[in-house]
Design a binder for this molecule. Structure first.
Ligand code: FAQ
Length: 333
């Protein structure tokens, strides 16, 4: 008879694995709240990658050269791949990708606020690479050390690709900055529009972040929202100087004592509005996702039918398929 392990021992084991910086794997016992937190975060992260293809996708047909178009296509394809690794990681926790997609398009699960802003010019593509992927890297590199094995492993590959995304954005902006006065103005305008939303990607301030303390104790998150936001600003200010753009924050100044940059407070009411569906493009993004999902129904149906056919073949000949074979022979096929 199988031995039953007391719940207390299971929890102790879980805590010991986390404390020893080892990984929790799908078949290991884990507290229900740990599982729920991971499903929430990984699903939101996956949805962000998938919805995140839309703002840049807006420029695929209008990229200014074949080279820029090929780069942008490769980037969007990487994002689709990231979404898939992440949905697969979430599925190891016992949820189904179809169920997560349904929650996204019915507004019951979130995705990153940043993808609810419009891309008005091609400079936005560069700024998304530089600032949005830059922020994503700051936030995601520590997730490679997350206590849940499948999420941590997915993040290793994702981060490698994000770093290419960030570089292509910066290179695009450097090219525009070496161009005409109008191109430089276009870059500055894009930076002005994307700077504050990029800072909001890190989430609410620590004082208003209900999940951080628990997630850090479980070593899902390794740093608080404010710590990562500061790290991002410190990394980005010298890059802005090198590029020749101004960051739209009059409070930005070097703090000698701290050895980092002080910066202004983002407009938290804007973040709340965008998270709750009132951003400039929320309705459009979700509607587009819903249409794409409906348009793809035939692919899912074909995949299910094909899998059923393969399973039937693997199970050996059935009376029905034998009958089909006989009919085909009789028809001379
Ligand atoms: N947008 O208590 P916290 C990318 C929600 S991928 C929307 O601080 P937590 C690649 C939060 O979910 C970008 N919602 O929560 C790319 C929670 O709501 P809930 C996505 C937000 O989880 C680049 C509530 O507010 N990256 O960019 C946001 O501890 C270019 C309270 O917040 C990830 O998902 C927000 N900005 O910390 C693709 C990384 N912030 O669920 C295409 C993984 C907070 O309780 C193009 N995720 N909320 O109802 C994380 O690191 C964390 O989940 C945080 C939030 C830091 C986002």
């Amino acid at each position: 008879m199988a031995e039953t392990v007391p719940a207390q021992t299971l929890e102790d084991r879980f805590e010991a694995v986390v404390a020893a910086e080892q990984r929790i794997e799908p078949r290991d016992w884990m507290p229900d709240a740990y599982r729920a937190t991971l499903i929430r975060q990984i699903a939101q992260h996956a949805h962000s990658e998938i919805i995140g293809m839309q703002p840049e996708g807006n420029w695929l047909t209008r990229a200014p050269s074949l080279r820029r178009k090929a780069i942008l296509l490769a980037k969007a394809q990487d994002e689709a791949g990231h979404g898939l690794y992440l949905y697969a990681a979430a599925e190891t926790l016992g949820v189904d990708r179809a169920e997560l997609t349904e929650k996204l398009i019915s507004g019951r699960q979130k995705y990153s606020s940043i993808f609810n802003y419009p891309t008005l010019t091609f400079a936005d593509v560069g700024v998304i690479g530089w600032l949005v992927d830059g922020a994503a890297i700051c936030n995601q590199v520590p997730l490679c050390r997350c206590s849940y094995g499948p999420y941590a492993r997915a993040m290793v590959r994702i981060c490698k690709e994000e770093s290419f995304h960030q570089r292509q954005g910066y290179e695009l902006l450097m090219t525009l900055m070496r161009g005409t006065e109008a191109q430089r103005r276009m870059v500055q305008d894009a930076v002005d529009r994307w700077w504050w939303p990029s800072l909001m990607m890190f989430g609410p301030s620590d004082a208003d972040s209900p999940n951080t303390a628990r997630s850090m104790a479980w070593r899902i998150k390794r740093h608080s929202n404010d710590e990562l936001r500061r790290r991002f600003v410190d990394m980005t200010v010298p890059q802005a100087e090198h590029l020749g753009v101004t960051l739209p924050d009059p409070e930005l100044r070097w703090n000698e004592e701290r050895g980092g940059w002080d910066f202004g407070e983002p407009d938290w009411s804007e973040l709340t509005r965008v998270i709750h569906g009132q951003g400039p493009c929320n309705a459009q993004r979700v509607e587009r996702r819903r249409t794409a999902h409906e348009d793809g129904a035939w692919v899912r149906e074909a995949a299910v039918a094909y899998a059923a056919k393969r399973a039937a073949e693997a199970a050996g000949p059935t009376e029905a398929s034998e009958a089909t074979n006989v009919t085909e022979q009789e028809n001379g096929k």
